[in-house]
Ligand binder design. Structure first.
Ligand SMILES: Nc1nc2c(c(=O)[nH]1)N[C@H]1C(S)=C(S)[C@@H](COP(=O)(O)O)O[C@H]1N2
Ligand SMILES: [Mo]
Length: 257
């Protein structure tokens, strides 16, 4: 009888738990190599789980009374393209958020369509690397819900946010603002595409008509003036390859806080 069938026999024969346990112990052949592998796998699982749980944890949320009376406008304060001027003029009725790349059903959402979806409101602290912070209330659509609607392909790994503004004027367009996050942040419950701030439509300064809020990361990840969301398996081919405007200029891609 092989060891495996003997164990099956013991379990299947209706013997008491003690007998099964004893049989189980009996069967364990101390093999140092196997045990080392099991131990290292366990350590890896634990580390990964801690890492993932850490990444999944919520950012602190504040009370209405904590909202900062003033919230700085930083970086671009108004995209200066003709296209943006036209969209603003039309109160963004012609603006569309395109979602494409590695998705099953590429789609373009109007602002009205986004506002009709279930919303989330959160009061959080924005921390800019330049050394200032402000607490604001953000309302928008959870990014994960949009991805559930368009369907993410199995090869998807990152989400690239394309913005309307050029922060640096360059001939090749490399000064256009963009950002990216991985799928853990994309599906984080506090990752929203915000169309309102402190209970009002997003102002031009703060990123009208739509901006990203990814609350476990620093200010430069909070891309304003969203035009297009592209799901990709790598961001290496975008501009400097760093995954964002500031990343291409030396900042960290994962700007955790
Ligand atoms: N499109 C775009 N998004 C952007 C920026 C920018 O210049 N353009 N600046 C970033 C930086 S550094 C910060 S701190 C915040 C500022 O957001 P606020 O203007 O609403 O304060 O937006 C981020 N997102
Ligand atoms: Mo910033």
């Amino acid at each position: 009888m092989t060891r495996l069938t003997r164990r099956r026999f013991l379990i299947g024969s209706g013997l008491g738990a003690g007998a099964v346990a004893l049989g189980g112990c009996d069967l364990l052949e101390p093999n140092e190599q196997t045990q080392a592998v099991l131990r290292s796998a366990e350590t890896l699982t634990m580390k990964l789980q801690r890492l993932l749980q850490g990444r999944g944890a919520l950012a602190r949320e504040y009370l209405e009374a904590d909202i900062s009376p003033t919230f700085r406008v930083n970086g671009t304060s108004a995209p200066d393209s003709d296209e943006y001027a036209r969209l603003l003029e039309g109160k963004f009725a012609d603006w569309r958020l395109r979602i494409d790349g590695l998705v099953e059903r590429p789609q373009a959402f109007s602002l009205a369509e986004l506002k009709a979806l279930p919303a989330r409101t959160q009061i959080t602290r924005h921390d800019c690397v330049e050394g200032w912070s402000a607490i604001g209330k953000w309302t928008g659509v959870p990014l994960g819900a949009l991805f559930t609607a368009v369907g993410i392909k199995p090869s998807a790994r990152y989400v690239v946010f394309h913005c309307a503004d050029e922060l640096e004027k360059t001939l090749d367009g490399s000064g256009r603002y963009y950002e990216s996050v991985d799928l853990i942040d994309a599906f984080h419950p506090q990752t929203i595409l915000a169309y309102a701030m402190n209970g009002q439509d997003l102002s031009v300064g703060h990123g009208a008509p739509l901006r990203l809020r990814v609350e476990r990361q620093l200010g430069y990840k909070q891309a304003k003036y969203l035009m297009r969301i592209e799901v990709v398996d790598s961001f290496a081919s975008f501009w400097g390859g760093g995954g964002g405007y500031w990343e291409d200029r030396g900042y960290e891609w994962y700007a955790g806080i």
